[in-house]
Ligand binder design. Sequence first.
Ligand code: TXA
Ligand code: MG
Length: 347
Amino acid sequence: MDGAFHTQLLPATAQPKDPAVEQAAKLLRQGELVAIPTETVYGLAANALNPDAVEKIFRAKGRPQDNPLIVHIASIGEMDALVTKIPDKARKLAEAFWPGPLTMVLPRSSRVPDVVTAGLNTVAIRMPSHPIARAVIRAAGVPIAAPSANLSGKPSPTTARHCMEDLSGKIPLVLDGGSCQVGVESTVVTLAGDIPRLLRPGAVTAEQLREVLGLLEVDSAVLDKVTEGPVASPGMKYMHYSPKASVVMITGPWSACKDFLVQKQDEGVWALVFDEDLRDCPLPAIGLGPQNDPAKQAQNLFSALRELDEKQARVVYARAPMEEGMGLAVYNRLIRAAGFSVIHLTA
Ligand code: TXA
Ligand code: MG
């Protein structure tokens, strides 16, 4: 462990010369780590061009070295130094969805340190829309490598308090910018091959990407467990988003779920259900959001998983979200939280 920190938690704004943002930028330039809000989840930021600083990210999170990081920029021009070419499709996507919750994987330039890309010949780039994230990147004056600011394996943080829970004592500063609006990590799409491929679903949906790109493949790791062989997005193969409880996903109509849950009543057994289900749920339960509002479910998902830990849930039965639109992003995170354990229930 290199140096324990007394972690400062500072409220930040995007006002010019905001003192918390200025301090974050100074720490980043000195090669230190800072947790910052973005519109998706909080990020654990380091100067992407400083390999020693980026190393600290892996140590603070306990992140496997072979899982590459996303580089965050504040203007399109900053891309030129990071990639060898910007394909037409990338320009179109940037025009449609940046700044915002979309990450593009492109052929990397030699200026990007190996530790950022885990030695891959591609680099993931995102231009966030959160005003504080943008202010920090601008003030630091360098591109920012930032994974989600959680301990590796834990649910991603959507509040500054979540960051403190995981990283207090390990980094010098957490900026508090309130709750994240999107709640799940950015959509990741690779443009490094011939056909664009969705590696991780997010708030920019597969349907929206197809409107711009025409053809889009969906990587098998989006819905299924990756077992053997090379993985397009290394992050997909790790256990993720897991609370301490063992999570089991249940599919099927609510009537069938209720019949199933009523038999599961026991100490420490909880349910994660849609808001409509709360009034007649046979188990103590947390509402994920309205059944037909996956954007709301995305906002709530990670804090709900952390709340279940606080309730000391041992087992959590979670209703499956829809797989369309933003539902796919919620489904993708929840099935990982469940370690791909699903029970199909029929009426
Ligand atoms: O919304 C987000 O993307 C947040 C905020 C902080 O921007 N960041 C985030 O980073 O979720 P992280 O490290 O938790 O997830 C990055 C994902 C991982 O699954 C990683 O494997 C993948 O992006 N990735 C990064 N570079 C890649 C590359 N060159 N090729 C393929 N996948 C890559
Ligand atoms: Mg992460």
